[in-house]
Design a protein around this ligand. Structure first.
Ligand SMILES: Cc1ncc(COP(=O)(O)O)c(C=O)c1O
Length: 434
């Protein structure tokens, strides 16, 4: 009888003291976490450099202490069973992001469990997510886009994946999402590609698009850094991003009534909240016969980006030289991997002046009217290079002679990038997956 009574008392004490036990557990994991955070003070990011993208070799790297990152060495792989393998679509049907490969990579982050958990490759499957997850309410998320190219030598290459990793970590820092060691993610992604290597198209007009995504999964309504997150990587064989006109060029609409980004905002980060609000303006441009929106900013109608691409112009400058120009990284512009590569490559071409500078609609029209504007094009991983031949602006139609140039810069840039990506030339930008 006394034994039974003491058991009852013990159960009663546990029941009444649950909150205290919970607090003790919470305190010990907070202490552990504080320790980790203290050991990673170098994890603070350096500010984005204002220009310098055109100077090779100078690049700020976020330092992530490996202790707080997941590690490729911990990767666990579960291969899809034969019945789970998908039929590979014909190249002609690919489109952009319609089909997905057989496997995906998932890495959970749980602050209460010490942070990043072991990376896992598993068969492709839908996610199960709590309806209160912060990603669904406050867009606490980010994504990336890079490609795997099957080269002429049958080797598979990535193009400067370290830059995508840096951009991911910069976006993570802005949204309170956990940062990680980009090299570790690249190693995990390489393994994922090796497993699904037959999904990398055997073609120079198609590629395997890789979409790393990081979402805040903590299921609470507070607008604060999530204590749980999920980093996942899915892959899709793709062909052209969109259909251009018969000559390969696109027409764009410069709509002064909308902005994509603003100073102090997140135009320079690849977060989903930058994209949803562009749908309406893009649909309006399409209804007027244009392919994309030319995003303007400010009273002077500065050109910032076009669709989801960086914008370039080629014109004859005041010294009579041919100049390739793109807006500077002033916070409104996504620091494109393609943009940076173009600037670095073209600055080595002696017949071209390369400059990051603000271009306004007024100046663009002036250059065009005086016959000095030669070309306009957009750049990005999805499209590579997209020449532009017409700009709609309020009630004007501006025709750009991009497709009339005997040796257009856009073509030279495109050929150089493709030659690197498909292994026609060996170049340090291309990372071979062994
Ligand atoms: C808004 C925006 N600008 C530019 C780019 C081009 O960037 P990248 O060359 O890294 O693909 C992208 C695509 O990621 C984009 O979404």
């Amino acid at each position: 009888m006394p034994v039974r009574r003491s058991k009852v008392l013990l159960v009663k004490w546990f029941f009444e003291s649950q909150h205290k036990l919970q607090t003790i557990r919470w305190c010990s994991s907070s202490l552990r976490y504080k320790e980790l955070e203290e050991t990673s003070t170098q994890g603070q990011l350096e500010p984005e450099p204002p220009i310098t993208a055109s100077i090779p070799g100078v690049k700020p790297r976020p330092h992530i202490t490996p202790e707080i990152s997941f590690k490729h060495d911990d990767l666990q792989v579960t291969l899809a069973a034969p019945y789970q393998l998908q039929r590979k679509p014909d190249a002609i049907d690919l489109g952009f992001g319609k089909y997905f490969t057989d496997h995906m990579l998932k890495i959970q982050y749980e602050k209460q469990l010490g942070g990043w958990q072991k990376p896992k490759i598993s068969p492709f499957e839908p996610l199960s997510i709590h309806p209160a997850a912060k990603a669904l309410h406050y867009a606490i998320q980010l994504f990336e886009g890079l490609k795997a190219y099957r080269g002429v030598d049958d080797k598979i290459r990535l193009f400067r994946p370290d830059l995508n990793m840096e951009r991911m970590n910069l976006a993570a820092a802005r949204s309170g999402l956990p940062m990680f060691d980009g090299d570790e993610l690249i190693k995990c992604v390489k393994r994922l590609i090796q497993i699904d290597q037959e999904w990398v198209p055997h073609s120079e007009t198609s590629t395997l698009y890789i979409r790393p995504t990081l979402i805040g999964t903590e299921a609470t309504f507070g607008i604060m850094a999530p204590e749980s997150a999920l980093l996942f990587v899915i892959m899709s064989p793709v062909s052209a991003y969109y259909k251009a006109s018969s000559d390969g060029a696109v027409s764009i609409y410069a709509d002064p009534s909308v902005v994509r980004a603003f100073p102090g905002g997140v135009g320079n980060r690849k977060v989903g909240s930058n994209y949803g609000p562009t749908i309406d303006a893009t649909a309006r441009a399409a209804s007027m016969g244009h392919h994309q929106v030319l995003w303007l900013f400010g009273p002077n109608h500065e050109l910032t980006e076009v669709g989801a691409m960086n914008i370039f112009t080629v014109y004859i400058n005041e010294h009579g030289d041919k100049q390739l120009s793109t807006p500077p990284l002033n916070g409104l512009i996504l620091p494109g991997v393609t943009r940076r590569s173009i600037l670095e490559l073209a600055s080595q071409w002696e017949d071209l002046t390369v400059k990051e500078e603000v271009m306004t609609m007024e100046r663009l029209i002036m250059l065009n009217n005086s016959g000095r504007l030669l070309e306009m094009f957009g750049s990005g991983t999805a499209v590579v290079i997209s020449p532009i031949s017409r700009v709609g602006f309020v009630d004007k139609e501006i025709y750009i002679p991009t497709m009339k140039q005997p040796q257009p810069v856009f073509q030279r840039v495109k050929d150089t990038l493709l030659a690197i990506q498909y292994g026609h030339i060996e170049h340090p930008y291309a990372v071979v997956i062994s």
